[in-house]
Design a protein. Sequence first.
Length: 360
Amino acid sequence: MKIVICGLAITSSWGNGHATTYRALARALHARGHEIVFFERDLEWYASNRDLPEPPFCRVHMYECWQDALPLLRRELSGADVAVVGSFFPDGVKASDEVLDSPVSVKAFYDIDTPITVSQLRMGDTEYLRRDQLPGFDLYFSFTGGPMLQELEAEFGARRAVPLYCSFDPDRYGLSEPQLQYKCDLSYMGTYAPDRQARLQELFCVPASRLPQKQFIVAGPQYPKATKWPRNVTHIVHLEPKFHPPFYCSSRFTLNLTRREMVEAGYSPSVRLFEAAGCGATIISDSWPGLETFFVPQEEILLPRSAEDIVRYLSEMDEQDAREIGRRARQRVLAQHSAENRAIQFEEFVTSKLPLTPCA
């Protein structure tokens, strides 16, 4: 199939999880024989931090002005089998109008931010999707599963809302040799978000302060300059994806924290969660509805109730027991959440909507 995607970013992973999600899916679909075309607006933030300017698994059309992109998009759509518009695509409303008016057989919206989208739709339109556009899409791919899928169909007229969770690439996120520059007792990877900061303080900074002899690392951009980290915390402003595996493999434990909207909606695993598990990391995570459908608590993931639990993990947990939790988590994501798994799911959803070819 020829698949045209209009998405936030695939060329830069700086401060956004969309890029790693699109890369994993597009790479897997390409490996399965599909042609991928990606439209990305040339935004200043990503332009100065572009770590994959020419992906080998898809053709990227970078544009500055929608009117310049429009003729090319129409040409690409004229020969496409599937068209996808992603959440937070800067010209999402205009792109959706073009896709819905095109002759493409299967038209889909890919929501990598479903709880945010739904909260805005409850009040009206979003900047990247109008309410009246939803019923036009054949498929509504969602990063969030559970009850929110029913709401999308019942309240907003989505024809078929289905989960298409994030995934990880086992060829890039796997076991690797620990590296001294990333070696620590507890790590955390995540862009600064005000709604996560209180939990980061409680579940990361408090344990760091109580265990001054242990080493902690935070990797992620946009933290305020005034942020005060405990003395045994190292802050890495940005870590390119190629350095993620040694980062996770060099951590005795790694912390996962979820955005408030995702916690409230439930069934919203982050891409970092699967990537860390793919590297065999022993994950400590906040809890949210539906988490147990992805990992078995206390067997494949640790769910602390407070900072005291994390201090206990770091001080008392047997190393072999901790590694076994990481090993089981890795087995789970390899079996269910690899990029190839997600590409196959994408194919199955799409082919169910393709028109039948008459027999000769």
